[in-house]
Ligand binder design. Structure first.
Ligand code: AMP
Ligand code: MN
Ligand code: MN
Ligand code: MN
Length: 290
């Protein structure tokens, strides 16, 4: 891959224990810095409660910072993630939208636990909760950690495959935010909306075209091309998609945990030099060390 002249090691997607990561925001900032990251964003699911801590820790160790979040959206019956970058840190409308989005998680988690109890796995709600740093953000990831810890499965991947995806006993369909709302919350807060890891959705080409078209119509401007969830073939495919739809390109590890994540902070391949990086459009939104 050709490295662009203005190449920087940006990592604009990861999770702390305020959503479903295992590290504190301060630990992530230090890890990003140690791994050579030059521009960093913390993108907790449906939550911006860690942004002040992340920014303060990043700036204290000399690491430029962009605000971030990853919003859960339901599009064509499928869960799609929209990353927001560079919004105003305490935007009230964004905070209200995120609070509504995460609001149904506790009830969903109880229904997930009921499904698991029916196949003989008891106490999964309470068990998962012990892994959730933020109870409002109880996620499938926390159930996966509990099922590994109690020996039901050997890895979180195995838990997802056997218990937590559509058709499996712990799966509960859920209605998240609408695409238009998520994009507008981010945009009105001064940020840029980015389609996260498009290679992960099982869309037909027609559905995927609809996602990109509607996303742009709502004011979305970016797509993750290089992410921990993409193969090199996915990155090549979405390089072409970014060019076709005239979208800014983002890069982020989606790091969750030193034990679980395949890709560490700051260790991804570069974006193709044919792309315009999303950070080129966010220069004025970067929090810089003094
Ligand atoms: P939720 O928002 O509760 O539906 O949980 C979604 C989270 O589960 C994602 O953000 C990932 O961190 C994690 N996840 C999804 N699929 C898998 C998988 N196959 N293996 C491990 N973690 C996964
Ligand atoms: Mn996650
Ligand atoms: Mn995601
Ligand atoms: Mn993520």
């Amino acid at each position: 891959m050709i490295e662009p002249a203005a190449w920087i090691n940006a990592d604009l997607h990861c999770h702390s224990c305020i959503s479903d990561g295992t590290l504190e925001p301060e630990e992530l900032a230090a890890r990003a810095k140690a791994n050579g990251v030059e521009l960093w964003a913390l993108t907790d699911h449906d939550e911006i409660g860690g942004q002040h801590r992340a920014r303060d820790a990043a700036l204290a160790c000399g690491l430029p910072f962009l605000t971030g979040t990853e919003i859960s959206v339901t599009f064509a019956g499928v869960t799609v993630h929209i990353v927001g970058l560079g919004f105003t840190i305490d935007d009230p409308a964004l905070e209200t939208g995120l609070a509504a989005t995460r609001g149904g998680r506790t009830e969903r988690a109880h229904v997930m636990a009921d499904g698991l109890a029916r196949v003989g796995i008891k106490g999964a709600f309470e068990g998962a909760l012990t892994y959730a740093g933020n109870p409002e953000l109880i996620a499938r990831t926390h159930f996966a950690r509990f099922l590994v810890e109690t020996g039901v499965c050997a890895s979180t991947n195995e838990v997802f495959r056997k218990y937590l995806v559509a058709g499996k006993p712990g799966y509960v369909p859920h209605q998240w935010a609408s695409l238009g709302d998520a994009v507008q919350w981010i945009t009105k807060a001064g940020g840029i909306a980015v389609i996260a890891h498009p290679g992960r959705y099982k869309f037909t080409p027609t559905e995927e075209y609809a996602l990109f078209t509607e996303f742009k119509a709502h004011g979305g401007r970016g797509v993750e091309v290089v992410t921990g969830s993409h193969s090199s073939a996915d990155a090549a495919k979405y390089t072409e998609t970014a060019l076709e739809f005239d979208l800014l390109a983002s890069r982020g590890s989606d790091f969750h945990s030193p034990e679980e994540s395949r890709i560490d902070l700051g260790t991804l391949p570069a974006l193709s030099a044919r792309l315009t990086p999303v950070w080129d459009a966010l220069v004025d939104r970067v929090h810089r060390p003094s």
